[in-house]
Design a protein around this ligand. Structure first.
Ligand code: DAT
Ligand code: MG
Length: 149
């Protein structure tokens, strides 16, 4: 099924110069970039985005971290992109993330795991709407589509 998902390079990934590497992996995979922007997340947006974790002991640290510097927010489109991008990203704890995954290759600790990806179709829709206006997303066909599907 054709889907869209929300992917974000976190402040640690931006500071470590990993935006290009991460964009490149999704691009080479064959997914379509529908929108992207460098932005500073407000405390309000951070608390809303991570709302499901507000009772967890690490919530305060998580909000401080995600607002500590610019993030690179993206929307990627493709067949089963929600689940596939979670595989590409790897386990939440980089110590458990497989080599070859983004966290497995570039991160060491759960508090600085460099990238976010929506965990379901419902989360993807919610997060895309939270971070992007409709007019910031572009609908187009990649020229190599028939070589991917
Ligand atoms: P994911 O980012 O893989 O969807 P999640 O939704 O369970 O993981 O948690 C959101 C973020 O919160 C995660 O990327 C890093 C942080 N986090 C999760 N569990 C944590 C823990 N036990 N200690 C510190 N930070 C944690
Ligand atoms: Mg999550």
């Amino acid at each position: 099924m054709m889907e869209k998902t929300f992917i974000m390079v976190k402040p640690d990934g931006v500071q470590r110069g990993l935006i290009g590497e991460i964009v490149s992996r999704f691009e080479k995979k064959g997914f379509v970039l529908a929108g992207a922007k460098l932005m500073q997340i407000s405390t309000e947006l951070a608390e809303e985005h991570y709302g499901e974790h507000k009772e967890r002991p690490f919530f305060g640290e998580l909000v401080d971290f995600i607002t500590s510097g610019p993030v690179f927010a993206m929307v990627w489109e493709g067949e089963d992109v929600v689940k596939t991008s979670r595989h590409m990203i790897g386990a939440t704890n980089p110590q458990e993330a497989n080599p070859g995954s983004i966290r497995g290759d570039y991160a060491v600790t759960v508090g600085k795991n460099i990238i976010h990806g929506s965990d379901s179709l419902e989360s993807a829709e919610r997060e895309i709407n939270l971070f992007f206006n409709g007019n910031e997303l572009v609908d187009y066909t990649r020229q190599d589509k028939t070589w991917i599907y």
